[in-house]
Design a protein around this ligand. Structure first.
Ligand code: OOB
Length: 541
């Protein structure tokens, strides 16, 4: 089995340690310590469960013993696909305590994404719920395991009134010693700007540094109550400051069963929620609904918004309508996270996407030849620092593309840096689509369309959308035979077993891709030309 590592050059690692950023804290040690200090305080609540810190540790330890007793061994990778349920936390910490490495999939992922992650990380087990939002995840996991010889264990968490992880938690195996803080704790997945997602190994030292600082920057304390609205396994929800930041601070994590504003408002009132996090389209929905319903949400102090650009017009409405402070967050699973600070002037809060967590985050804004642009001019964002990875797992080509020789990560984002160090996201240089915070690779969707026998070529572009931020439009050039109808193409793509958020919102059959894109042979230019022709048409209509 290919080991999973993440290393920084010695001189950088030494500095991060000497300056007290990497403290040697690990996830197992963190939970044990919090369970000792906050034993009787509520750690997490959600449908059918409310556990204090001592209970969370007890459940995590029981699961860890059970998994090792079943034959999993420390270092094994486990694909985790779970929704916003309390068991997500006992499962994640159970894996940490057993020395197993979670690979975090999203609930929306289907066979294609799961198989890609399972193969890439050589997972030995998959842990999921029987059903999530009506979909049969147990059957999907069984089918995957049947085709992947390495995937020997299908582990089902019985949520929704069931016994949770109890059946997996019997066994008396001994737990391993505390891990090396420089070792990889888990794998996150990339937004995938070209092709399918890449695997992002994060270490105890680097991730816990970002969690600890995020908790401070968002003002967390043991009195904090965090409402988990977005998918919990996403990096934003995990660590910015997310459920891990809240547990680090000794606060209370509330799992929301769905992202509807009505559900959120009810839980805020019932649990005294102080902080939550949304993507821009959801934030807009919450604002509009609050204007109508005037809910009792006086306990809410901070709303984080990130994952995609939050426009200033919308951002300005947060304080007057929701009565809380907006905190913009511009982050990425690869590392760098920027926050507006709670005491920044309102104008900075509504017009920028924040500044980096750390004084040791290095940020460069460069032109296409990697030369620095003048201060305040837009350019490509490059970064390296104490919690930004130096490499993806097992991906030499992507690594050569995504990192400079001196270790800066090429974010693909175009930003402007203000004299205060705050960044304003202007757009991006890569062709992925940011649909309500979900990142979709144009290339990946094009490949699915091209698999249809009557499709000769397809070009997928992002179109600005007032609800979603961006939506997916596919231009399809049919072959010689009977042209397929858009509805049929949509059915075809759905049948490809991919996450539903990747299915084009709009499919346009075209007679030629060339005439609209005179002389454009490269795909990026072709996408740009088609997007422009679409926008011009919209303007005239
Ligand atoms: C977060 O992480 P990912 O890995 O799903 O996506 C990262 C990309 C960024 O490179 C950028 O293109 C976009 O998402 N993005 C934003 C943004 N926040 C993320 N674009 C404009 N404005 C923002 N505020 O999305 C993520 C990870 C941690 C915290 C927050 C978000």
């Amino acid at each position: 089995m290919n080991p999973v590592t993440q290393t920084w050059p010695d001189d950088f690692a030494a500095r991060y340690r000497a300056e007290g950023l990497w403290t040697g804290e690990t996830f197992p040690a963190m939970l044990r310590d919090r369970a000792a200090r906050f034993a009787g305080r509520t750690a997490v609540s959600g449908p059918g469960a409310r556990w204090n810190y001592a209970e969370l540790l007890e459940r995590a330890e029981a699961l860890a013993r059970g998994l090792l007793a079943r034959g999993l061994t420390p270092g094994d990778r486990v694909l985790v696909q779970m929704s916003n349920v309390p068991e997500y936390l006992s499962a994640t910490f159970g894996l940490f305590l057993a020395g197993l490495l979670p690979v975090f999939a999203l609930p929306a992922h289907r066979r294609v994404e799961l198989e890609h992650l399972a193969r890439g990380a050589q997972v030995r087990a998959i842990l999921t719920e029987r059903r999530i939002a009506g979909h049969d995840h147990a059957a999907m996991a069984e089918a995957l395991a049947a085709d992947l010889p390495d995937l020997a264990h299908v582990l089902i968490c019985e949520t929704g009134g069931g016994e949770g992880l109890a059946a997996l938690s019997s066994g008396a195996a001994e737990l391993p010693a505390d891990p090396d803080p420089q070792a990889v704790a888990f794998l996150q997945i990339s937004g995938g700007s070209t092709g399918l997602s890449k695997l992002i190994p994060r270490t105890h030292d680097d991730y816990l540094y970002s969690v600890r600082e995020s908790a401070v920057i968002s003002g967390l304390s043991p009195a904090s109550v965090y409402l988990t609205v977005l998918p919990v396994s996403h990096n934003f929800t995990m660590s910015s400051p997310g459920v891990l930041g809240v547990l680090h601070a000794g606060g209370h994590v509330v799992m929301a069963p769905d992202p509807r504003p009505e559900t959120g408002f009810r839980l805020i009132a019932e649990e005294g929620v102080t902080i939550t996090a949304l993507v821009p389209p959801l934030a807009l929905k919450w604002i509009e609904t609050a204007e109508r319903l005037r809910p009792e949400i006086g306990s809410l102090e901070v709303l984080l918004v990130g994952g995609a650009k939050f426009l200033p017009e919308a951002a300005r409405r947060v304080r007057p309508v929701l009565g809380c402070t907006l905190q913009q967050v511009f982050g990425m699973a690869e590392g760098l996270v920027n926050y507006t600070r709670l005491d920044d002037p309102e104008e900075v809060i509504v017009t920028t996407q924040g500044r980096p967590i750390s004084a040791l985050d290095e940020v460069r804004v460069v032109d296409d030849l990697d030369g620095d642009v003048p201060e305040g001019a837009p350019g490509n964002l490059l970064t390296r620092g104490p919690y930004t990875i130096r490499a993806y797992h097992d991906a030499p080509e992507a690594n050569a593309r995504s990192f400079t020789e001196d270790g800066f990560y090429r974010t693909g984002d175009v930003v402007r840096r203000l004299p205060s160090g705050h960044l304003e996201v202007q757009g991006r240089a890569t062709d992925h689509i940011n649909r309500a915070g979900e990142k979709i690779s144009a290339e990946e969707v094009e490949d699915h369309l091209l698999a249809h026998p009557e499709v000769l070529d397809a070009v997928v572009v992002s179109i600005p959308d007032s609800q979603l931020g961006e939506r997916i439009c596919a231009f399809v050039l049919p072959g010689e035979g009977q042209a397929p109808r858009p509805a049929e193409l949509r059915r075809f793509i759905r049948g490809r077993q991919i996450a539903a958020f990747k299915i084009p919102d709009e499919i346009r059959l075209v007679e030629s891709l060339g005439t609209t894109a005179v002389g454009k042979i490269n795909r990026r230019a072709l996408r740009a030309a088609l997007r422009k022709s679409y926008m011009d048409e919209e303007e005239q209509a």
